[in-house]
Write a protein that binds this ligand. Structure first.
Ligand SMILES: Cc1cc2nc3c(=O)[nH]c(=O)nc-3n(C[C@H](O)[C@H](O)[C@H](O)COP(=O)(O)O)c2cc1C
Length: 399
């Protein structure tokens, strides 16, 4: 399908999600769409955006709003980044490369997951634009160190340490579907896969799907199931701030902690020399019952926002959600599932469309809210913050 047709048919993220649900086998769709346990946090992540009412300003002479921002010295044309998601290659052959290319074309950053289906080096070669790399601190610190060193050699411009995964959350859709370690796929799941013919054909043509970064590092059997079990065993429930300090000593570039929800943790991160935090609950996939990211965001911003870069992810489905997050003090946002829906539907063109939908929606929301540039977006745009006058807008009007 050409790009214009694609854009006409899929006019928002939900239309892509609905088609992704149809074109993907149920086990794969549920793996992406689902969250931990009762999926309470997963639902809150989206629902809590609705409570944030905007109070737009009129007659501000916006024109075409400027969506650009700067992150760690890099100029972006869009404040929407691609979040790290493991195994993107199960949606579309070389899914990570497709997503990274789309991100670069849109003028934004792709964050590669430790669990990607291509290696750090392969991605660097195929999509040399701005890339971040995400790691965990493993029981075997040497394994983490080797990934960090590879990321540095491959030119990743920032390192993201995910700190909310001391062990894996219980994702019950996966348990029900048998998408677990070891997998227990029943006959109906196998049949369901085979019946999704276009997906099946694409995947058969693709090269072997695996946790590519770990091949040749474990000294054990390296099929995908063994590697998934190995990585799960490597997660370290004893992770502490001492380990963050260790990583800080190892990585010279910008270091970002992903999975911060408490303002005190953000303060400690700042003391440890961390450069940024991603307010995140892992898309509701880890601690069910955790606060939504958007609700946690303002307290983290109040604690450290003036001294470090605060980003947020979780439940962002509309350009207006991006505007709300920026109004609460985030410098930019990351999207996980939305880019997976684009990938599942049309590979690189699908991710490009997702980013374009966010760009168009954010642009429209900014014009309608009376904001010309991202630096003008702050809490005064929200119903809870209107009591303080938007002096910047008044100034612009007087002139
Ligand atoms: C299928 C899937 C795989 C993910 N894999 C990782 C991962 O490997 N590392 C990580 O730090 N976060 C991972 N995440 C979490 C995302 O980085 C991000 O925090 C989350 O998806 C944001 O929420 P959203 O999906 O509502 O946008 C994953 C999320 C999904 C949906």
């Amino acid at each position: 399908m050409d790009r214009e047709k694609l854009a006409r048919r899929f006019y928002n993220i939900e239309t892509l999600r609905r088609t992704a649900r149809r074109v993907l086998p149920k086990v794969i769709f549920d793996f992406a769409d689902g969250g931990a346990e009762d999926e309470i946090t997963l639902a809150r992540n989206e629902d809590d955006f609705d409570a944030l009412e905007l109070v737009p300003r009129m007659c501000t002479g916006v024109g075409t709003p400027d969506l650009s921002t700067e992150l760690f010295g890099q100029r972006l044309r869009l404040p929407v980044l691609i979040a790290p998601t493991g195994l993107s290659g199960i949606l579309w052959p070389q899914g990570e490369i497709a997503a990274a290319r789309a991100a670069h074309a849109a003028g934004t950053i792709f964050c590669q997951s430790h669990g990607s289906t291509c290696t750090i080096e392969e991605l660097a070669q195929a999509a040399p634009g701005p890339r971040w790399f995400q790691v965990f601190i493993y029981r075997d610190r040497g394994l983490t160190q080797s990934l960090v060193e590879r990321a540095e050699r491959a030119g990743c411009s920032a390192l993201v340490l995910t700190v909310d995964t001391q062990l894996l959350g219980q994702r019950e859709r996966d348990l029900k579907n048998g998408f677990a370690i070891p997998p227990r796929l029943g006959i109906s799941s196998m049949l369901d896969m085979v019946l999704h013919v276009p997906w099946m054909v694409r995947m058969r043509a693709a090269r072997h799907i695996n946790f590519a970064n770990y091949r040749g590092t474990t000294g054990q059997s390296e099929d995908i199931v063994s590697l998934a079990a190995y990585i799960a065993r490597m997660l370290d429930p004893e992770l502490s701030w001492r380990d963050v300090a260790w990583l800080r000593g190892l990585w010279r570039g910008p270091l970002i902690l992903k999975g911060i929800l408490h303002p005190e943790d953000a303060r400690i991160a700042l003391e440890e020399g961390v450069d940024g935090v991603i307010v995140s609950n892992h898309g509701g996939r880890q601690l069910d019952g955790a606060v939504s990211s958007i609700r946690a965001l303002p307290r983290v911003v109040d604690a450290v926002g003036e001294k470090m870069t605060v980003l947020v992810d979780g439940g962002i489905r509309r350009g207006v959600d991006v505007l709300r997050a920026l109004a609460l003090g985030a410098r930019a946002v990351l999207i996980g599932r939305p880019h997976w829906w684009g990938l599942a539907v049309a590979g690189e063109a699908g991710v490009a469309l997702v980013l374009d939908i966010f760009r168009r929606e954010l642009e429209r929301a900014m014009v309608l809210a009376g904001c010309a540039r991202l630096t003008e977006v702050d809490r005064r745009l929200l119903a809870t913050g209107v009591e303080s006058d938007r002096a910047d807008v008044r100034l612009r009007l007087v002139r």
